[in-house]
Design a protein around this ligand. Structure first.
Ligand code: NDP
Ligand code: 8X3
Length: 251
């Protein structure tokens, strides 16, 4: 264990990101909690006080990300661990009827956003010869399913970036890992179905999905390995899932 680290979590206002923030805080780390919804971040701060630095930002906006991360208060630098978690899926329609704006949101958030944040944090890690980047991919990056072409492509891109990043920093002491969750019940499906509750709920009907905390357990376990160990990647499913679309449902 390495308590007292500064951990930057993107997408800390909900789901896996919020659970990661809570888990690192519970382990004695301090968390820079980044997302767009300021009020959610303020709630995290209210519950954990000085151990949380809320950072309102949109990972798609490179200038905003850069301004926010280059002006962190001195006591919040350097960032020891970066959890690149902010992301979303938008839509489940076939690609020929998709709204191209949804493609942009997914590509800009899941791929460019991850790069925008990494660009601000990784150079310092390499310079210091220490640090850990943990990217949240998905089983969707390892497979493709109908209605998921672009989302799956963004997560496949995350996998390529993780592997390439690990090669590029090789020898510096910086660690790069990836966690690929299967189905996790968060706000993910609500966002994917544009706020429609019935189709979002149906995704998890008759099966037991992962909880965000299950993924956070994996993320903190990876971060807590000794400095000479890098867990390259982990695929974590609920026991009711064995692949995209391969879900055991009861009732
Ligand atoms: P949630 O919708 O619950 O959380 C998504 C988080 O990402 C929110 O905190 C949201 O914050 C943040 N976010 C989205 N867009 C932006 C943006 N432009 N700038 C900053 N933050 C942003 O979903 P999950 O927790 O499930 O998703 C987290 C990650 O896990 C995603 O990368 C997702 O692809 C991945 N994943 C999810 C799985 C699942 O089944 N749930 C399975 C596999 C991977 P805000 O809206 O406040 O900006
Ligand atoms: C999210 C999991 O199965 O909806 O990455 O693609 S899935």
């Amino acid at each position: 264990m390495s308590p007292g680290r500064v951990v930057l979590v993107t997408g800390a206002s909900s789901g896996i990101g919020r659970a990661c923030a809570e888990a690192f805080l519970a382990g004695g780390d301090r968390v820079v909690a980044a997302a767009r919804r300021t009020e959610r971040l303020a709630d995290l701060r209210a519950r954990h006080g000085d151990a949380v630095l809320p950072l309102t930002l949109d990972v798609r906006d490179r200038a905003q990300v850069s301004a926010a991360l280059t002006s962190l208060p001195a006591e919040w630098t350097p960032v020891d661990v970066l959890v690149n978690n902010a992301g979303l899926a938008a839509g489940r329609g076939p690609i020929h009827t998709d709204d191209p704006d949804d493609w942009d949101r997914m590509l800009d958030t899941n791929v460019r956003g991850l790069l925008n944040v990494s660009a601000c944090v990784l150079p310092g890690m390499v310079e210091r010869g220490a640090g850990h980047v943990i990217n949240i991919g998905s089983n969707a990056g390892r497979e493709v399913y109908p209605g998921g072409a672009v989302y799956c492509a963004t997560k496949a891109a995350v996998e390529r970036i993780t592997r390439g990043m690990r090669m590029d920093v090789l020898g510096s002491g910086v660690r790069v890992s990836q966690v690929d969750p299967g189905m996790v019940e968060t706000e993910f499906s609500l966002v994917r179905f544009a706020g429609e509750e019935a189709p979002a709920r149906a995704v998890y009907e008759g099966m037991t999905p992962l909880a965000a905390e299950d993924v956070a357990d994996v993320v903190t376990w990876i971060a807590d390995r000794p400095p000479h160990v890098v867990v390259a990647d982990v695929l974590v499913y609920p026991v009711d899932q064995a692949g995209s679309g391969r879900v055991a449902r009861r009732g």
